[in-house]
Design a protein around this ligand. Structure first.
Ligand SMILES: NC(=O)c1ccc[n+]([C@@H]2O[C@H](COP(=O)([O-])OP(=O)(O)OC[C@H]3O[C@@H](n4cnc5c(N)ncnc54)[C@H](O)[C@@H]3O)[C@@H](O)[C@H]2O)c1
Length: 429
């Protein structure tokens, strides 16, 4: 429906694109979301960084725009001192590749370890990372009760700041909630930043939507999220295995679950959630060939092709979330609409080409709002993180672990409503 409105108003949009009102919103957005300007400053304190996991999220992949190492190495006064990965050859290759680049000096002396215990035991004080970026398969971290998956707990006790990739775990939501409390306690005691990479909170479209909600000053009443993923380039069997990845909502649409929590400033009501799905028995024509994708995954563990959920928030608002694994090509097709008394906010394509349209109270016009796209969302997230590590100022840390634990729980509640058993604490084979 909104798509029709958008098409109908596109001619008018061209006329109205630059309005005083639009500029006032953009200015409002930048006032509310200051950045540390770490990119500009050459006088910042040195931060030693380590990676746990040398895979795609931290070092790049053809699946998407993420690559934490290239963004981080562009920031001033960082030094990479450790990469941990059981695939030591991969870790060495990452160091070698980066050592030859423009920022190669920042990788000089970077050590590799097969696990984080070894890193903690063997690094000397001058090489011990101040902060760790965790990007590992979900079932290997985020536990409090199982020592072999208690990576965050151990690293926090060792005094390390962390930026952790979602999904933050595959353990029962109650246990992850307890882990969140423990991490919060340790973080308070040792002045640590323990944050999670729900990077859409730094996306210019989400930032602007949040600023618009504040400016309009009316409660959002209905959220409609559509997260359509391209599947033909996902060649990791574990991704296609609900027992290892959590499935499409916990692994992926969790970003929209988080965005809805963030924008509604409310929590999902578990007992309101209803969901239906199209299961893995639907064949996908462009499935990556064996040995990638789901060919070796047990049929009953394979992920849904489509999931639709309906839910209420604790503040009375309602929402729906549609996730599909149906697109070809490489660009996700993602949209999030917000409706309230007299207004609509339409967030378009936050991953590739973010845009926001607003229809204000007492108006028939849907107008595009100019966005500040100076930094990308990952870069901005890391700016906030490094600034917080250096100064302790968390004002631009938008998702600490305990907050992410609530997104994790809501993502599981939807998954459970769609017919998958919740994580039972057992380890996948
Ligand atoms: N926020 C985003 O935009 C985004 C994008 C991509 C991936 N992710 C998330 O990042 C996480 C990692 O994804 P990926 O694509 O990098 O996966 P990947 O499979 O490419 O890489 C994971 C790496 O972790 C290593 N590993 C396994 N066990 C380990 C251990 N105990 N200690 C250290 N390393 C270990 C593996 O050998 C592998 O190299 C996933 O949870 C994924 O959902 C987030």
């Amino acid at each position: 429906m909104l798509g029709v409105i958008l098409r109908r108003t596109s001619a008018r949009l061209k006329r109205d694109f630059v309005t005083e009102r639009c500029f006032s919103v953009a200015a409002f957005a930048s006032r509310n979301f200051s950045t540390s300007n770490a990119l500009q400053s050459e006088n910042e304190e040195l931060v030693k960084l380590g990676f746990v996991g040398a895979g795609g999220v931290s070092f790049g992949t053809k699946e998407g725009p993420w690559n934490h190492s290239v963004r981080l190495e562009r920031m001033p006064n960082v030094q990479f001192t450790a990469i941990v990965d059981p695939d030591l050859e991969l870790a060495k290759q990452r160091v070698k590749e980066h050592s030859h680049g423009e920022n190669g000096h920042k990788w000089e002396g970077c050590q590799v370890f097969k696990d984080y215990h070894e890193m903690l035991e063997k690094t000397t004080k001058d090489k011990k990372p101040d902060a760790i970026i965790i990007g590992v398969p979900p079932w290997l971290h985020g536990s409090l009760d199982v020592p072999s998956s208690a990576m965050e707990y151990d690293l926090a006790k060792a005094g390390m700041h962390m930026l952790i990739e979602k999904p933050i775990s595959m353990r029962p939501t109650e246990e992850v909630g307890r882990l969140g409390k423990e991490l919060e306690r340790i973080a308070d005691e040792q002045s640590l930043i323990i944050a999670v990479g729900y990077m859409l909170r730094y996306n210019p479209a989400i930032e602007t939507a949040k600023a618009l909600l504040e400016e309009i000053g009316r409660k959002p009443v209905s959220f409609v999220g559509r997260y359509n993923c391209t599947y033909n380039n996902i060649a990791k069997p574990a991704w296609w295995d609900t027992l290892k990845s959590g499935g499409c909502i916990v692994e992926q649409a969790t970003h929209f679950v988080d965005a809805m929590r963030y924008l509604s400033k409310s929590e999902f009501k578990r007992d309101s959630i209803q969901a239906v799905g199209v299961g893995p028995d639907m064949e996908l024509s462009d499935m990556p060939p064996p040995p990638g994708a789901e060919h070796t995954v047990k049929a009953e563990n394979r992920v849904n092709r489509a999931t639709i959920a309906l839910f209420k928030f604790e503040n009375g608002a309602v929402g729906s979330l549609n996730h599909t694994l149906l697109m070809h090509g490489s660009n996700f097709y993602t949209e999030l609409d917000i409706f309230g008394d007299g207004f609509a906010i339409a967030i378009r394509d936050p991953y590739q080409n973010p845009a926001v349209f607003v229809r204000r109270p007492h108006s028939d016009d849907l107008v595009e709002v100019p966005l500040d796209k100076k930094y990308d969302m990952y870069e901005k997230q890391f700016e906030g993180f490094l600034h917080a590590v250096r100064t302790g100022d968390q004002s631009n840390m938008r998702c600490l672990f305990q907050d992410a634990a609530r997104t994790y729980a809501a993502s599981w509640w939807i998954t459970e409503a769609a017919g998958y058993p919740p994580p039972d604490g057992s380890k996948p084979e």
